[in-house]
Write a protein that binds this ligand. Structure first.
Ligand SMILES: C[S@@+](CC[C@H](N)C(=O)[O-])C[C@H]1O[C@@H](n2cnc3c(N)ncnc32)[C@H](O)[C@@H]1O
Length: 469
């Protein structure tokens, strides 16, 4: 069963990429797809070359990164890499780190994929380490060819060093991350390695990595235990220690090790993508209880599968600082016009995020007003924010009628506009991905009714063209 629906809510690959479209846009990718007689696009996940082309194409299309992934080196699956980065974003938010973030990627690989995505997406400064000479050289080239020397630095380290020898002694880092070699021996690479159940099917994807990238003496438990041991020396010099864990069976030993290391708190998350599940482990010596990290940080786990935010692609809107500020202020105006109050909880101006409180159901009230006007034939003169171009009035009035039944369901004690208490609270954010701006709405609490959120989103969509043009 594909687990895409359990991905982090901000993961753009929650809806799988459109392979047909990718093939049209990227000739390199086109070579690896064929159209069957029913017209369906076929992609061979068992072909290492096809997987390499897919990762290369997604990095190019969605992150504007042209990354050389050499043959016989690990091909990074991009949805998983993004899940990990989004989880770190949430944890950094939780500990209050927003600006000028500095991170470390242990074992960056030839692609240098985490630092490059982190630098491109979030402008984080990254120190990358790599033990293998070939991968180190390639990582260096990938940084230069993508023009990220100002944000990403890679250092070659010996296999026995994790953090201590690589970090600058005078510096405090916000986080470290790591995708460790998962296996203890080459036999473990075999799909029917004894730890896997007899019934378990063959992996659906080709195995695309070299042995030294995936095998380390003692496997991931030993690798991560060494990281934990070094963290007991570095303590708060790194605010947030994180690593990926490839096998669930490794978690009990690692949790025990963290308790023995007397870390202040630690947290486990589950990253689900495609047919693969991985785990994230984070710990800190700072006075933060990571177990209480926000709902969003927890959302990567299965139990929050129904609770992703509602997203709306603000098509055609440029991802520039000025435009983000402009669009945000337009949405704040819209909320104000709906008599909603907005509390700024932004990470910074480029990551606007607000808690919005409505004290009554004003959005469907607006709809009622619109319907009343329609009935009275007044729309032509109307200058409210609800006024679209003439041609779309008819369409939206129809939308309104269609929506009427849902609006009725929402009629609560409400329509008393003067009520002081919060009638409905939600989170509004603008997220940026390369040239795209995405509007995000979410509830603050998992147990509240999401129907109003859908209605507010619909209201925004109906009015968005007026707002941003
Ligand atoms: C599983 S690969 C991950 C590569 C990349 N981070 C990714 O996710 O695609 C692990 C990498 O760690 C490197 N490595 C192994 N031991 C290391 C150490 N002690 N310090 C730094 N890198 C190490 C390996 O050479 C390999 O490139």
């Amino acid at each position: 069963m594909s687990m895409n629906k359990f991905m982090h809510p901000r993961n753009i690959y929650k809806n799988p990429p459109n392979f047909k479209q990718l093939a049209v846009e990227f000739p390199e990718f086109k070579r690896h797809v064929r159209i069957d007689i029913t017209g369906k696009v076929q992609f061979d996940f068992k072909d290492p070359e096809a997987l390499r082309a897919l990762s290369h194409t997604l990095l190019l299309k969605d992150f504007h990164l042209d990354v050389c992934i050499p043959v016989n080196k690990l091909v990074p699956t991009i949805p998983l890499r993004l899940n990990y980065i989004l989880w770190i974003e949430d944890l950094l938010d939780f500990i209050g780190r927003i600006d000028h973030v500095e991170g470390i990627d242990i074992g960056t690989g030839a692609s240098c994929v985490y630092p490059l995505i982190a630098a491109q997406k979030n402008q984080w400064s990254m120190l990358a380490t790599e033990a293998d000479t070939g991968s180190f050289e390639q990582a260096k080239q990938n940084i230069v060819s993508n023009g990220f020397q100002h944000l990403v630095k890679v250092v070659q380290v010996s296999k026995d060093i994790f953090l201590a020898g690589a970090v600058d002694a005078d510096k405090v880092y916000d986080f470290c991350m790591c995708n460790p070699p998962f296996f203890a021996s080459t036999q473990e690479l075999h799909p029917f390695f004894k730890a896997r159940t007899q019934n378990r099917p063959h992996p659906k994807n080709a195995f695309v990595a070299s042995v030294h990238e995936t095998v380390a003496k003692g496997g991931e438990v030993d690798f991560i235990q060494k990281m934990i041991a070094e963290s007991t020396q570095l303590k708060t010099q790194i605010k947030l220690y994180t690593t990926m864990v490839g096998q669930k069976s490794s978690l009990p030993a690692l949790k025990k090790c963290l308790r023995e290391a007397k870390v202040h708190s630690f947290k486990v998350a589950e990253f689900c993508q495609g047919n693969t599940t991985r785990w994230g482990l984070a710990w800190t010596y700072l006075n933060h209880d990571l177990r209480k990290a926000s709902e969003e940080a927890k959302i990567a786990t299965k139990s929050y599968k129904q609770r992703g935010p509602l997203l709306y692609d603000l098509e055609g809107e440029q991802n520039t600082p000025e435009n983000i500020v402009k669009i945000t202020s337009m949405f704040l105006q819209l909320f104000k016009s709906l008599q909603m109050s907005c509390e700024d909880v932004s990470r910074n101006k480029l990551h606007p995020r607000y808690f919005v409180t409505a004290s009554s159901n004003t959005w469907s009230h607006q709809r009622r007003k619109l319907r009343a006007k329609l009935r009275q034939g007044q729309l032509a003169e109307s200058k409210t924010i609800d006024d679209p171009a003439d041609s779309s009035v008819a369409k939206r009035s129809l939308d309104d009628l269609l929506c009427e039944s849902t609006c009725k369901k929402l009629r609560l004690s409400t329509d008393s506009e003067s009520s002081d208490h919060a009638f409905y609270k939600f989170m509004f954010a603008i997220n940026c991905l390369n040239k795209k701006l995405i509007l995000e709405l979410n509830t603050l609490d998992n147990n509240v009714d999401r129907e109003p959120l859908h209605q507010i989103m619909q209201y925004i969509k109906n009015n968005c063209r007026n707002l941003v043009n």
